[in-house]
Design a binder for this molecule. Structure first.
Ligand SMILES: NC(=O)c1ccc[n+]([C@@H]2O[C@H](COP(=O)([O-])OP(=O)(O)OC[C@H]3O[C@@H](n4cnc5c(N)ncnc54)[C@H](O)[C@@H]3O)[C@@H](O)[C@H]2O)c1
Length: 265
């Protein structure tokens, strides 16, 4: 495919690629000439993304993967290496929301489920791609965290904790890998219209409150998956060659201002 060329010659593995931010990232990376290995639990959505990329002239393969299972993630990285003999970019993007329970209603099983996907999924990916990237002294890892990992008010307790931990893991793994010219960064999206936030958008529209969606952001609007994908592209590309260990909010200025008391959404 002949596109923008910012990822020319690079191979990228993207998890959570069946929709939303992962799909937008796959489409954008492909337009920038990357070869893709797409992963998700949702095989139908994954196939749709694959077709979207291929119909636009891109090169992509997919592998059903549960990022909460270390062996699955190892096999995903092995598959990418076996196919292309290199992985230049890993986007740890798969995520789930978990419960929006009261403090008294916190359920340990829900916490484990959320941490297993949102945190350990990224740990497994980073762990299993690290040796290859270290050996080549080259690589970029981009984790999809959240504004929920920076401040309260954008999700449940377990979700927020998982994203805060992911931001911290972005820093610690960047320290582990920096000497090998392997960069690790995160994006922290604000309110983005995807499947994950569908219920919020549906509720607001049904209640005639669509003008309230994203109104707490300085830009007075919610964001689009493509806008997050552009930030992921920047951090994954050589244009960010001197940036590592950072968490970049892509949130319309949401974290630049004070939150409203007691808000979870
Ligand atoms: N939409 C937002 O407002 C928003 C805000 C901040 C952060 N995020 C983060 O962005 C990332 C992408 O979410 P999205 O908004 O595109 O929603 P989404 O639901 O469209 O995408 C999440 C994807 O992750 C996949 N997934 C879930 N569990 C998985 C597992 N165990 N193994 C493999 N894949 C799994 C889902 O099938 C889905 O395709 C997530 O990490 C999410 O936490 C989203």
């Amino acid at each position: 495919m002949s596109g923008g060329g910012r990822l020319q010659g690079k191979v990228a593995v993207i998890t959570g690629a069946a929709g939303g931010i992962g799909r937008a990232t796959a489409a954008l990376f492909s337009r920038e000439d990357a070869k893709l290995v797409l992963a998700d639990l949702d095989e139908t959505g994954l196939q749709e993304t694959l077709e979207l990329v291929r119909e636009a002239g891109g090169e992509a393969l997919s592998k059903k993967t549960n990022v909460a299972v270390e062996q699955d993630v190892k096999e995903l990285i092995d598959f990418a290496l076996k196919t292309y003999a290199r992985v230049d970019i890993l986007c740890n993007n798969a995520g789930i929301t978990g419960d929006l329970a009261s403090l008294e209603g916190q359920d340990a099983e829900d916490w484990r489920r959320v941490l297993n996907v949102n945190l350990l999924g990224a740990v497994y990916g980073t762990k299993h791609v690290a040796a290859h990237m270290q050996e080549r002294k080259s690589g970029a890892i981009v984790n999809t965290a959240s504004v929920a990992g920076i401040r309260s008010g954008a999700g449940g307790n377990a979700y927020s904790a998982s994203k805060a931990a992911l931001i911290n893991f972005t820093q610690t793994s960047a320290c582990d890998l920096g000497a090998y010219n392997v960069r690790v960064n995160a994006v922290c999206p604000g309110l983005i219209e995807t499947n994950m936030t569908k219920s919020v958008f549906d509720y607001a529209r049904q209640a005639g409150k669509q003008d309230k969606l994203g109104y707490r952001c300085e830009l007075r609007r919610y964001g689009h998956a493509e806008e997050v994908a552009l930030a992921i592209l920047f951090l994954a590309s050589d244009e960010a060659s001197y940036i590592t260990g950072q968490a970049l909010p892509v949130d319309g200025g949401n974290t630049a201002s004070l939150n409203l008391p007691g808000m979870k959404f």
